[in-house]
Design a protein around this ligand. Structure first.
Ligand code: BF8
Length: 673
């Protein structure tokens, strides 16, 4: 009898509406199904995550394992007897894993920072035509922060020092922060003095950036650090080396050579792509090459060339944090968040996608194969094995030529588009490009250039507090839903939101980054301030390395007075509702160690080690004033942040002021009635 073969079961596909709240993305997921193209949303249906990994208690740091220590269903009663082959406890395993995540995240941000610092050095030494010192004002302030003299004494007279000299010495000073043999991270002293003293007392001031990452790897090697508290001491040091080191230097160097962002208007979402234009999408994190692509794509030569090929011009757009970088400095519209990268190609209208580092899915190559899209990798440390991927390695010494080659390749590829073009219509308007400097200007004015007005409005209760809501998308949860629900709940309760990364793009897609959003979504106090000053209730501060801007904005609030002496005294909280990247863990840890109560969504890989989790969630507050928390439900998540903000208002003695303001509003409404 012939063997009867069982028909292979069709793989389960994602339900577009359950996968994302964004209508444009829903259309593209459905389109992918029509065309038989698989995306991350489908794979999330087909592959379940490892339950023990999620709990943080799988140790694969040596070849005797992986040792898996699941949490018993009934929980831990009394003594926790679980251990790996070497005897490592659940606390040790979870802490080692957590520290390795911090180290990887800190490495990603900091290596990005180093690359930018090297380009800055080339610009300072005038070794490249493509990059110049663009913002001399910022250069001087960064030079001062790094201890570089900006004045010289000539014949007893103090004069401004030559700007080229300042640039070279600043670049040297900055670059040495990665590997200097002694001393400590210079920027640690940019933190409020009481916070620096806490770090000093705890012994966690970073020595240099690279060393903290290397030591993290050493300590988590088999048979080294076996005390979760000591492991997290290093976790704190490595995270601080990221937030107050690699990330902060990346932001500063980028501002110097590309310009400090200032609020500007742009569009967002897949609808920014144009059927009659050459569409180039830039994706990743390091904006050094993309800056050149912007310059080249805007050149008359390339626009004319594009028109000669029967197109109406060149439409640049972005994905992930390269998008945020180009948005905040040039108004280049983001086409979407992390989870929309495959969808941008599925429009059939992406003539080239240019990727650099981080958050780039390898499946882009498989999706690009189904269309005409040229997928171009540009970074020596980030290549792809698939044969349809083109590698054009970027070098700052021939950056303009590289950019031209890429733009020309995209234009030439326009004629290869198939009939399957379908660009969703959805797009929104946003105001982005906020930073420490522009908040100071907007809320303080030219004459009172300080955070005094912001503090004043917090003290009088119109603004209840400030929240940093940041971070990724995660295919294990509905795209953008938690981002938007958390932010809406916060602004409804008069909490001003500072955003970066994919949260910033998600908020923009929802229309929350416009001054008009204040009247629709905010509580009366925040709405009044936004209306008076003309700002959105959610301020887009840039990419993920730009979380350093949030640290410095918080420091400015402390300096402006009236809200305590340290970041941990501020009515403030942090959040990453849909995190997925190791970078998010590093960011979370440096927020916490800087005094910020920080809530993550979904899950955290610490649940399998309850003692370690308690250390992060409760004991940490005694060390630095900030602590971790986890809340998957977006409304409860926001309410926990608001409860913390209220706790801080009470400690500052300004909780009554808020009551009074609310009564004033009610009284006023009653009078008007
Ligand atoms: O650095 S928020 S998904 S794009 S990691 Fe990645 Fe996460 Fe987006 Fe930016 Ni940040």
């Amino acid at each position: 009898m012939p063997e009867i073969k069982k028909a292979a079961k069709a793989p389960k596909l994602a339900d577009p509406v359950a996968a994302t709240i964004d209508v444009a993305s829903q259309q593209m997921i459905a389109r992918a199904h029509e065309l038989g193209v698989e995306t991350i949303f489908d794979r999330a249906e087909q592959m379940k995550p490892c339950n023990i990994g999620i709990q943080g208690t799988c140790c694969k740091n040596c070849a005797m394992g992986p040792c898996r220590l699941p949490l018993p269903k009934a929980g831990i009663e009394g003594k926790d007897e679980r251990k790996g082959l070497c005897g490592a406890t659940a606390n040790t395993i979870a802490a080692r894993n957590f520290l390795r995540m911090i180290a990887a995240g800190a490495a990603a941000h900091s290596d990005h920072g180093r690359n930018v610092a090297e380009v800055f050095m080339s610009a300072a030494r005038k070794e490249t035509e493509a990059y110049k010192i663009k913002d001399t004002f910022k250069l001087r302030s960064v030079a001062e922060a790094l201890g570089v003299d900006i004045t010289v004494e000539v014949d007893g007279e103090v004069k401004a020092r030559d700007i080229d000299e300042i640039a070279v010495e600043t670049a040297e000073k900055a670059l040495s922060e990665w590997g200097k043999p002694d001393g400590e991270l210079i920027y640690a002293k940019r933190a409020p003095a009481p916070l620096y003293e806490k770090w000093k007392k705890a012994g966690v001031v970073p020595r240099n950036i690279d060393r903290e990452i290397v030591e993290s790897m050493h300590r988590t090697h088999m048979g080294v650090d076996q005390d979760y508290k000591n492991l997290m001491k290093q976790g704190t040091r490595a995270a601080l080396a990221d937030g107050w080191g690699g990330s902060m230097l990346a932001t500063d160097m980028q501002d110097i050579i590309f310009g400090t962002p200032y609020p500007l208007q742009a569009e967002v979402n897949l609808g920014v792509m144009k059927a009659d234009h050459v569409n180039i999408i830039i994706h990743g994190h390091e904006p050094v090459l993309s800056e050149m692509i912007v310059a080249v794509a805007q050149s008359q030569e390339m626009i004319d060339y594009a028109k000669s090929k029967g197109t109406k011009g060149i439409q640049l757009s972005g994905i992930c944090c390269t998008a945020n970088e180009l948005l905040q400095r040039h108004g280049v519209p983001p086409a979407g968040t992390f989870l929309q990268q495959e969808l941008a190609i599925i429009t059939g209208a992406c003539d080239a996608m240019v990727v650099d580092v981080q958050c780039v899915m390898q499946n882009l190559a498989n999706v690009a194969k189904c269309f005409h899209t040229k997928l171009i990798t540009t970074h020596p440390i980030a290549k792809m094995e698939q044969d349809n991927v083109i590698h054009i390695e970027f070098d700052e010494h021939h950056a303009l030529e590289d950019a031209k080659k890429i733009v020309k390749m995209a234009i030439d590829n326009f004629e290869n588009r198939g009939a399957e073009v379908m660009i969703p219509k959805q797009k929104a308007t946003q105001i982005a490009g906020f930073g420490v400097e522009s908040i100071q200007y907007h809320l303080g004015g030219t004459f009172r250039g300080s955070y005094y007005t912001l503090n004043d409005n917090i003290i009088n209760g119109r603004i209840r507090g400030v929240a940093g809501v940041v971070g990724c998308n995660n295919a294990r949860t509905r795209h953008n839903e938690a981002h938007i629900q958390v932010v809406k709940e916060l602004i409804k309760n008069d909490v001003l939101v500072l955003t970066t990364g994919c949260n910033g793009i998600a908020c923009a897609m929802e229309g929350l980054l416009t001054p008009e959003a204040a009247a629709v979504y905010c509580g009366p106090g925040l709405a009044e301030v936004c209306e008076t000053v003309g700002i959105p209730p959610v301020l887009h501060m840039g990419s993920c390395v730009d979380n350093s801007r949030i640290l410095l904005a918080a420091t400015e609030m402390v300096k402006a007075g009236g809200l305590g002496n340290d970041i941990s005294d501020l009515p403030a909280a942090g959040s990453a509702p849909e995190w997925m990247s190791e970078k998010a863990i590093s960011i979370g840890q440096y927020f916490v160690a800087s005094g910020v109560y920080t809530v993550f969504g979904l899950h955290l890989p610490v649940a399998g080690a309850p003692v370690f989790q308690d250390y992060l969630f409760n004991e940490f507050e005694k060390l630095y004033g900030g602590m971790w928390d986890l809340e998957a439900d977006p409304i409860k998540h926001a309410q926990k942040m608001i409860a913390h903000i209220d706790k801080k208002r009470k400690a500052l003695g300004i909780d009554k002021a808020r009551d009074r303001v609310l009564m004033d509003m009610a009284d006023r409404q009653a009078l008007e009635a």
